[in-house]
Design a protein around this ligand. Structure first.
Ligand SMILES: CC(C)(COP(=O)(O)OP(=O)(O)OC[C@H]1O[C@@H](n2cnc3c(N)ncnc32)[C@H](O)[C@@H]1OP(=O)(O)O)[C@@H](O)C(=O)NCCC(=O)NCCS
Length: 189
């Protein structure tokens, strides 16, 4: 992926204009670990920090976005099967407070989703707290839609519980799906 440098602010007729940086998206490297832990510390409640930190080393890949050689956020991606279907999940997503509202999360979700579809995922999932407006807006902007229990049941039957486990679904969360080819009409067929 291309490396693009962009100034955060530019001078125009004496006024300072805020310009959204262009983010480079790449896979994480061991040298990113401290910065990723800092972002986790600033982004999640205490209970979730432990799981988010551990997920950095567990199965799957971590994409980071970078501007001016500084990592601004990350997305943890996983792949799994349920029945005969192959799926992907954006398991964790966080952006450093200094980089928020500048399209970083959207860039990460779009790049991660394309990566998972490129690896033949039939659909990609995410889940988020109902009240997390930033997260919901990011996923919806990136092509995801809310899917309720009945929608999942129609596609997965009893295997819906296996799906919930794989995406680390917690009660009270909303499940989001990117089903670009409408491939999973019914996974049991
Ligand atoms: C949620 C989060 C990842 C969004 O990151 P971000 O880089 O600011 O998101 P983007 O700039 O790509 O914004 C995408 C859309 O969401 C909207 N948005 C972002 N934060 C928002 C907020 N707090 N409230 C309402 N809308 C918000 C943006 O306006 C944008 O929509 P628009 O283009 O129509 O204006 C970031 O706030 C974060 O790290 N939060 C803490 C961790 C978390 O909740 N992670 C997600 C659950 S795992």
């Amino acid at each position: 992926m291309n490396s693009i440098h962009h100034s955060f602010c530019s001078q125009q007729r004496g006024r300072r204009l805020r310009v959204k940086p262009d983010f480079t998206i790449r896979s994480s490297a061991p040298s990113d670990e401290d910065r990723l832990k800092e972002i986790i510390g600033l982004s999640f409640p205490r209970f979730f920090r432990f799981f988010a930190s551990h997920s950095l080393d567990s199965e799957g890949i971590v994409l980071v976005c970078e501007a001016e050689r500084l990592v601004g956020g990350f997305a943890k991606l996983t792949e799994f099967s349920v029945g005969s279907g192959s799926f992907g999940c954006v398991l964790w997503l966080a952006v450093h407070p200094d980089f928020r509202r500048q399209n970083a999360a959207t860039s990460l979700v779009k790049a991660g989703t394309n990566y998972l579809f490129g690896r033949h995922a039939d659909a990609v999932f995410a889940s988020t707290q109902r009240g997390n407006l930033g997260s919901l807006a990011t996923f919806k902007k990136s092509g995801y839609a809310h899917i309720g229990f009945l929608g999942l049941w129609r596609r997965f039957g009893w295997r819906v519980f296996s799906l919930y486990r794989k995406i680390w679904y917690a009660p009270g969360e909303i499940v989001l799906i990117h089903d670009k080819a409408n491939k999973i009409k019914r996974i049991l067929e």
